[in-house]
Write a protein that binds this ligand. Structure first.
Ligand SMILES: *Cc1c(COP(=O)(O)O)cnc(C)c1O
Length: 377
């Protein structure tokens, strides 16, 4: 494989210590008592990152598994589910709710802005008979961070369980599960935590456990059934053999995050610097406000295609950046500055490569992207 700087919004670059942790000798995770303790400690450390006393589980499957497991475990056929949608992942969440029989109602909000909390409040004042609401913390395709500190307490006020996809926020943006009264919050190993793709983790509130206990119908899945995990530690039992090497890697990534610098501040500072450089050069950010500090999405300039930019950067500068999918396909470009990608040198190299690429294709620019970037630091 080529030696490429992978500046995509997940998977992200992986630190060598994390890669080495994955190469450690394995044990039998179903039999070895030490592994149960290790798994528990790993969950406890994730609680620190999420600022919660709620239970945390690590499941063997990518972020989508966490999202589907939350829907499968909470939603019963006929339950009304509010899908808060201001982007591609937000809308897609509704499809998972429908898979488990949810009667989905969409609350739609402009996809170039964060969720409009005031409108949501007005909406809920009229109709709040929902068991569950789904919402995305950071809309990775559009590069918007939603105000979970306002949305989740509002849902709780109406007794609605919140299921929050925080896959591209955890490890880069503030997450306060207890303070914001979030019920199920899920993350993925391959985004800001910068471990290999393959694991999801989630926190589960007491209200969410109670909702599972009160179900009238069984959970229509085994792999997505969170309830079967309830007593895993007491009984020293896992529902299936754990992806132990992946967990070794995740644990190392979690340790690095906890023991490292003020990562929230680093993401904020470098996220702002990337946006400043793009705007100062004359490029257009996709969001109008509510900018994510883990990913920046900007519009493909006139006269060049996403494919041209991608190929030139990869072939001639060995830097990989991302486009987007669905209705944003070929419209936007994304730079992931989360986790291991969120360092000045990597972003400088990326912006310099982007600067040369755009100029080569004749895009008019004010000054240089990489120089504007360092101006602010
Ligand atoms: C990356 C991501 C996921 C996981 O999706 P994949 O496309 O399978 O990686 C889920 N939700 C959000 C918001 C994400 O950014």
């Amino acid at each position: 494989m080529r030696d490429v700087l992978m500046m995509t919004p997940g998977p992200t670059e992986i630190h060598e210590d994390v890669r080495q942790a994955m190469a450690k000798a394995i044990t039998n995770p179903d039999l070895d008592n030490q592994f149960f303790e290790y798994y528990k400690e790993t969950c406890d450390k994730i609680k620190e990152i999420l600022h919660t006393k709620d239970d945390v589980l690590v499941l063997s499957g990518e972020g989508i598994l966490g999202l589907e497991a939350a829907c499968a475990s909470l939603i019963e056929p006929g339950d009304r589910v509010l899908c808060i949608d201001n982007g591609i992942f937000g809308k897609g969440f509704g499809d998972f709710a429908k898979l488990y029989g949810g009667q989905v109602v969409y609350f739609e909000s402009d996809d170039r802005k964060p969720v409009d909390v005031q409108k949501l409040e007005e909406f809920l004042a009229k109709d709040h008979d929902f068991k569950v609401a789904t919402v995305v913390h950071c809309e990775t395709p559009s590069g918007i961070t939603n105000p979970m500190d306002q949305i989740c307490p509002l849902l709780k006020k109406y007794g609605i369980l919140s299921v929050v996809d925080s896959v591209s926020a955890i490890g880069g943006e503030p997450v306060e599960v207890d303070q914001w009264q979030m019920d199920i919050v899920l993350g993925g190993s391959q985004k800001a935590l910068s471990a290999a793709p393959g694991l999801t983790f989630l926190s589960i509130s007491q209200d969410a456990w109670d909702a599972m206990n009160k179900r009238k119908t069984p959970i229509a899945s085994f792999y997505c059934n969170l309830a079967i995990w309830k007593d895993w530690y007491k009984e020293k039992w896992f529902p299936y053999t754990q992806a132990i090497s992946d967990i070794y890697g995740l644990r190392k990534a979690v340790d690095r995050l906890i023991e490292g610098d003020d990562y929230i501040e680093r993401h904020k500072k470098l996220g702002e610097a990337v946006r400043y450089a793009l705007v100062k050069s004359g490029l257009e950010l996709y969001p109008y406000n509510g900018f994510s500090n883990t990913v920046t999405t900007f519009c493909v300039p006139d006269g060049i295609s996403f494919q041209d930019i991608y190929t030139e950067m990869l072939e001639n500068h060995q830097v990989m950046i991302a486009g987007a999918f669905d209705y944003l396909k070929n419209k936007v470009i994304r730079i992931g500055h989360m986790g291991e990608n969120c360092y000045e040198e990597k972003l400088y190299r990326t912006l310099k490569a982007l600067d040369k690429t755009l100029k080569k294709y004749g895009v008019a620019m004010n000054g240089s992207l990489h120089q504007h970037f360092v101006e602010t630091l």
